[in-house]
Design a protein around this ligand. Structure first.
Ligand code: AHR
Length: 497
């Protein structure tokens, strides 16, 4: 397959926030995840330093918090200040000690070096509670809420720029679900009040790839929103934990563009494609496993609804299927970087996250290495690129029927601050190599290939078991027409510097 790019024609510069992450009060993400006071691995604030270091290495740009479904019955005032009491979280049916609240979250973000992105309670909460939260975080010292933050030891404002109104309020599973009519009205009022508290913030609102929901939302709140929040989990196994196998996972790549196309189309039709961007503020190949909870009558026994969540933490389940799919998703965001400005891998730690914590350290799952590859080796300017002789593969979709997808997914980038090119090249094929021919004018430059592959499609990382990492090739000298062979089930960045 031959690859070409027009170096003078950029599609756009990707926002680094497409490499963002998500942290929810669910299972072991916060407590026993990032926050472990008393652990020998925690710092003076109770934050796991090994997690912070791992997040810094992949330069996490933005971290969405506190939910997810959790937020739709969360009252942030319960978790700031001296007097905190545990509350029962009716989304996930567990007690939250409220020891990790807004101040701890912002402090954690600052230590990691990422932007906070707060999702508000638009389920049982109201516009005033949301705008109070903005006041608490962002006002210097005016009013009782800013003064409360100062009294809580945070003299300087938290300056939280990114806020999302609600989480999945379109869904029956969500506490305080809304009709599209109700949603437009609530977002409008909430946005109005939040922007009165701080007009410099950027607002998102829970949306869908569904036209009817979005039309109503955008008609009402169009001038106040900078983002629409979209969630995608392709392998919908929240209640069964029955994973799509490697090839079935590749079949889902046929669906990657669909959501973006729908939302882009609507934004264009409404003349908003320049003012509102898409935040994929939860995404992962597979949904999280939490059976018997979002059902008409939730299960009464913890054996049925709570303990099964531990199965999310079986590291051997996070294989090259997750890694290769994630690389394809990031390629899709890059190709659509004019309209996709943020994406948050869901979640960052434990559950289906890219980092797993245990008492003595962490495991960097296969997906972690995809972020390492893209964040640390790829360029930021996405070029107009095309190929000849694209190999195809036919795989069976879990929905039924065969689908034909491109076997190789490629994006060509350059660097805004340095010379050179970097190609993201993903070979989805389980067993076959593919060779690409590079047709750029970079005679004599140094070429290095960085690869995440593992031995087999089932390779994974666990405690004392590392199969997946970024491997670096020998240095080669570039000649026009040079061939690079991509290993099966691999994600690669080819750098010509
Ligand atoms: O399965 C986890 C949940 O997925 C998140 O809380 C929610 O936002 C999404 O439905």
């Amino acid at each position: 397959m031959k690859l070409y790019a027009n170096e003078t024609r950029a599609i756009g510069t990707r926002d680094p926030m497409i490499y963002g992450h998500f942290l929810e009060h669910f299972h072991r993400q916060v407590y026993d995840g990032v926050y472990c006071p008393g652990s020998p691995l925690a710092d003076e604030d109770g934050f796991r330093t090994d997690v912070i270091d791992a997040m810094r290495k992949i330069r996490v740009p933005v971290l969405r918090w506190p939910g997810g479904c959790f937020v739709s019955s969360y009252h942030w005032k319960d978790a700031v200040g001296e007097k905190r009491e545990p509350t029962f979280d009716i989304s996930w049916r567990v007690e939250d000690p409220n020891t990790f609240g807004t101040d701890e979250y912002v402090k954690f973000c600052r230590k990691v070096g990422c932007e906070p992105y707060i999702c508000t309670n638009a389920g049982t909460g109201d516009a005033e509670e949301m705008s109070d939260w903005v006041q608490y975080c962002n006002l210097k010292n005016e009013g009782k809420l800013a003064k409360w933050r100062i009294a809580n030891g945070c003299e300087e404002p938290h300056n939280v720029k990114y806020w999302s109104i609600g989480n999945e309020n379109w869904g029956e599973h969500e506490i305080g679900a809304k009709s599209s009519e109700e949603w437009g009205r609530l977002v409008l009022e909430s946005a109005k009040m939040m922007l009165r508290a701080d007009p410099t913030i950027e607002l998102s609102a829970a949306a869908l790839t569904d036209l009817d929901w979005n039309i109503n939302l955008l008609k009402k709140a169009r001038t106040r929103l900078k983002w629409v929040s979209i969630h995608e989990y392709w392998d919908w196994i929240q209640t069964t934990n029955r994973f799509a196998d490697y090839k079935q996972s590749m079949a889902y790549t046929v669906d990657l563009e669909a959501g973006i196309r729908k939302v882009r189309g609507l934004l264009m039709a409404m003349g908003m494609e320049k003012s509102i961007r898409i935040a994929f503020d939860e995404w992962n190949l597979r949904g999280w496993y939490h059976p018997n909870i979002h059902t008409m009558i939730p299960a009464a026994n913890k054996e049925d609804y709570l303990y099964p969540r531990d199965k999310n933490d079986i590291n051997s389940l996070y294989t090259m299927a997750d890694a290769v799919f994630s690389a394809c998703f990031l390629n899709t965001c890059l190709r659509n970087c004019d309209i996709v400005g943020m994406a948050n891998f869901a979640p960052i730690v434990n559950t289906r996250g890219c980092i797993f914590t245990h008492a003595d350290g962490i495991v960097l799952r296969s997906t972690y290495h995809i972020f390492d590859l893209y964040v640390n080796y790829l360029g930021d300017v996405v070029l107009d690129a095309w190929s000849e002789d694209q190999p195809k593969m036919t795989v069976t979709h879990r929905r039924g029927g065969d689908v034909t997808v491109d076997a190789v997914d490629m994006v060509v980038t350059r660097f805004s601050d340095a010379p050179g090119l970097a190609v993201a090249a993903v070979n989805k094929e389980a067993d076959s190599e593919h060779t690409i021919t590079l047709n750029f004018d970079y005679e004599g430059r140094e070429v290095r290939v960085y690869t995440v592959a593992g031995e087999t499609t089932e390779s994974y990382n666990d405690i004392d078991h590392e199969e997946v990492r970024v491997e670096e090739s020998e240095v080669m000298s570039y000649t026009k027409g040079m061939e690079i062979t991509l290993k099966p089930h691999s994600a690669n960045v080819i750098r010509i510097l």
